[in-house]
Design a protein around this ligand. Structure first.
Ligand code: HEC
Length: 160
């Protein structure tokens, strides 16, 4: 019993220490925030790409066709894509020396940029519906239109 009380006291103390240490950390500089926002958006794209690569692999025949996985990954993409304009809008990194392939015009044309992300969401939902039908030919046939919405944004808003 006593041991347990001492034990939980220690847990409490170390939790307090961590909290205090965190609270005392300096607020991040604008440069640090810009770097962090850049890493976050690139992470979103990495996750989009991770999920899309399985679907394009099925289309190329390098990955075994599985309608349920195709549908699942398309649903993930539909869930992730709204984060694209969110992260870009939250932090305009144009003034900072971040390592990026994002073109500065994104922040001048945020409506158009958001629309392209919305197109990806719509295409992902459409594709997921086709995949839900379970038909291999129909699903593979729908991959190009789906993947095209990625390239459609890169064409305008990403370094070549
Ligand atoms: C609304 C515009 C838009 C859409 C839609 C979009 N991208 Fe991108 N993508 C970008 C921009 C801008 C960058 C550059 C980000 C940076 O370097 O800061 C990028 C970067 C990437 C990267 C490089 C990430 C890294 O490691 O730095 C990959 C991979 C990628 N996109 C894949 C995809 C895939 C796959 C899709 C579709 C499922 C997609 N993108 C849809 C705009 C878009």
């Amino acid at each position: 019993m006593i041991k347990r009380v001492i034990g939980s006291g220690l847990v409490f103390l170390s939790a307090t220490a961590i909290f205090t240490a965190t609270a005392q950390q300096e607020t991040p500089t604008p440069e640090q925030l810009a770097n962090s926002a850049t890493e976050t958006r690139q992470a979103v794209f990495k996750l989009l790409s991770f999920n899309m690569s399985t679907i394009s692999g099925m289309a190329r025949g390098t990955i075994e066709f599985d309608a349920a996985i195709a549908e699942r990954n398309a649903n993930r993409i539909a869930a992730l894509a709204p984060m694209i304009p969110e992260v870009f809008a939250a932090n305009d990194t144009r003034e900072f020396a971040v390592e990026t392939e994002a073109l500065p015009i994104i922040w001048d044309r945020m409506d158009e940029f958001s629309e392209k992300a919305a197109n990806l969401v719509a295409a992902a939902n459409t594709f997921a519906e086709v995949a839900r039908g379970g038909d291999r030919a129909a699903t593979i046939g729908a991959v190009r239109a789906f993947g095209g919405t990625c390239g459609n944004c890169h064409e305008t808003f990403r370094v070549d």
